[in-house]
Design a protein around this ligand. Structure first.
Ligand SMILES: Cc1cc2nc3c(=O)[nH]c(=O)nc-3n(C[C@H](O)[C@H](O)[C@H](O)COP(=O)(O)OP(=O)(O)OC[C@H]3O[C@@H](n4cnc5c(N)ncnc54)[C@H](O)[C@@H]3O)c2cc1C
Length: 488
């Protein structure tokens, strides 16, 4: 028997009518690029079974979105390859499409939709996704169902925008347990009620828009003809659900036991490193949660009374508690903001106190002012900052603690806070694998006061914004190995 996705996670994006005599159900996979623990795929599967039609999974990659580069293309295509392999064992048609030239993919979704009784897609509340969905919804004659598989908490459950972590945490502790009973299925495609798709189903569409040859694209120079930024090369880490699963295994086995102590140590490899996989949807937060809790031998009876505290609510070890606070509070408060506030990426969405204090200090003397290019090329006077920037450019990540310092110093060394914001967004989203995510804007806007409070004493440039220095960072943390690794 097929289970149902909770109603609260499903949005009707248009008023299209079901096309009863259509050939199939189409799942248009844009953000949750995985076949496991995926409510959107599960809903498409439910509809396919209910309507007794085959399921087509369409996973496209556009060529010209902002910051498209070899780094992100490769990571996404590696994920597509994992999906293609996994779908070979299943009763579905998987259609990966990588747009070869700008505009080449236009018309494809409309053509594919001519075959569909209903189209299901992913409800990702950030970057180009919300606008893209609105545009497509207006054009489709059949229903477009948009499904939220972003977080443990359904995004529509919150009736307000949370502006500080402790109030989100207190609310989450009260509200999340009821949703933990509604987990997505581990393997929604393991379902014997799916109708086998006829082999010819996509033939006409694929004549004009051939399925991507993923191995060829992943071969050396496979992307060289693409109009994407070739100055941002791939990193050593592979994308896809396979790699995400291996990383999660390793983290639980080797690093979860010391997470709380080690995650802030730049010399150590203490955190999960899952953020790129969470961002591209290669792994689900539900799966991460389930695996952590299994390792902790948790069951819901262990839950403590909600108390708003960082530690102790889940009734697991303190390292797992610390990790769950990142996953369930810090990650999800950012989704709450971008889901509810269309200006989440605009300077004026900052709290009033922070805008006011930065404005009061806008004319303060600045000993160092660097341009975007100087920041990008790690040409500041500060070896710690330069090392963090080199890590970002080379590895597509920055160590979590240094990422905070990295942002604070950009605020310190630019002419205005608005310039600082633009530079942080540009560098983070151009180089970080986990960029262009609700958490990108959480982290960057946190630097400027979001989710924080006023701090004293009032300082030049920062005013009451929380201040960080490289000197203190060097005193508090061992940095020798990190600095050596990224010395030039
Ligand atoms: C200036 C700045 C920019 C940032 N840009 C991004 C970004 O582009 N994308 C991004 O995912 N995170 C961003 N963060 C938040 C944080 O740095 C990363 O989420 C974290 O370092 C990812 O590493 P990890 O997966 O090993 O985290 P872990 O410590 O293993 O945590 C597990 C998961 O919890 C979430 N998480 C952890 N820390 C935070 C946090 N502080 N805020 C929100 N979620 C968190 C992430 O999804 C992470 O994968 C930024 C922070 C700052 C200060």
């Amino acid at each position: 028997m097929v289970s149902c996705v909770p109603e609260i996670r499903i949005r009707k994006a248009n008023r299209g009518e079901l096309i009863e005599d259509a050939e199939c159900v189409v799942y248009w996979m844009t953000a949750f690029r995985r076949l496991r623990y995926n409510f959107a795929l599960q809903h498409a599967r439910d509809l396919a079974v209910e309507l007794s039609k085959p399921l087509v999974i369409f996973e496209p990659l556009r060529v010209r979105y902002r910051w498209a580069s070899d780094r992100f293309h490769r990571f996404i295509i590696e994920g597509m390859r994992d999906n293609a392999v996994a779908c070979q064992q299943q009763q579905v048609l998987y259609f990966p499409y990588v747009e070869p030239k700008p505009g080449a993919g236009s018309g494809l979704l409309a053509k594919l939709a001519e075959l569909a009784a209903v189209v299901v897609t992913d409800d990702f509340p950030c970057f180009f996704h919300p606008t893209m969905i609105q545009t497509v919804a207006r054009k489709l004659p059949q229903p477009l169902r948009v499904v939220d598989s972003n977080c443990l908490m359904p995004l529509a459950h919150a009736e307000r925008t949370f502006t500080v972590a402790h109030s989100y945490r207190r609310w989450m502790q009260k509200e999340l347990p009821q949703h933990l009973q509604d987990f997505p299925e581990e393997q929604p495609l393991d379902c014997d009620q799916l109708k086998p798709p006829p082999k010819q189903l996509l033939q006409a569409v694929q004549k004009s828009w051939p399925a991507a040859d993923l191995d060829a694209l992943l071969a050396k120079d496979g992307l060289c003809e693409f109009e994407i930024d070739h100055s941002v090369p791939p990193v050593d880490q592979s994308g896809g659900s396979q790699s995400a699963g291996q990383l999660l295994d390793q983290f639980i086995q080797d690093r979860l036991g010391s997470y709380d102590e080690e995650r802030n140590e730049p010399n150590a490899r203490g955190s999960s490193e899952l953020s790129p996989y969470l961002h591209f949807g290669h792994v689900s937060p539900h799966e991460v949660f389930e695996r952590i809790m299994k390792a902790e031998r948790w069951n819901p009876d262990k839950l403590q009374k909600p108390n708003g505290k960082v530690n102790g609510f889940w009734g697991v070890g303190e390292n797992a508690e610390a990790f769950l606070d990142q996953l369930c509070t810090w990650r999800e408060i950012g989704f709450n903001m971008s889901w509810r506030e269309p200006d989440y990426d605009q300077f004026d969405s900052l709290p009033e106190w922070s805008r006011k204090t930065m404005k009061a200090h806008i004319k303060d003397d600045r000993e160092y002012v660097y341009s975007l290019e100087e920041f990008e090329q790690a040409q500041t006077h500060d070896p710690i900052w330069n090392a963090a920037q080199r890590q970002l450019v080379r590895e597509g990540r920055i160590h979590n603690y240094l990422r905070m310092l990295w942002g604070k110093k950009i605020l310190h060394w630019t002419k205005t806070p608005r310039d600082a914001l633009d530079i942080m967004i540009e560098l983070n989203n151009k180089y970080a694998l986990d960029g262009r995510d609700p958490n990108s804007y959480s982290g960057i806007f946190w630097v400027l006061g979001r989710y924080d409070r006023a701090w004293g004493p009032e300082r030049p440039i920062f005013g009451k914004i929380r201040y960080m220095t490289s000197e203190n960072t060097a005193k508090k943390h061992k940095l020798d190995a990190y600095l050596e690794r990224f010395s030039d």
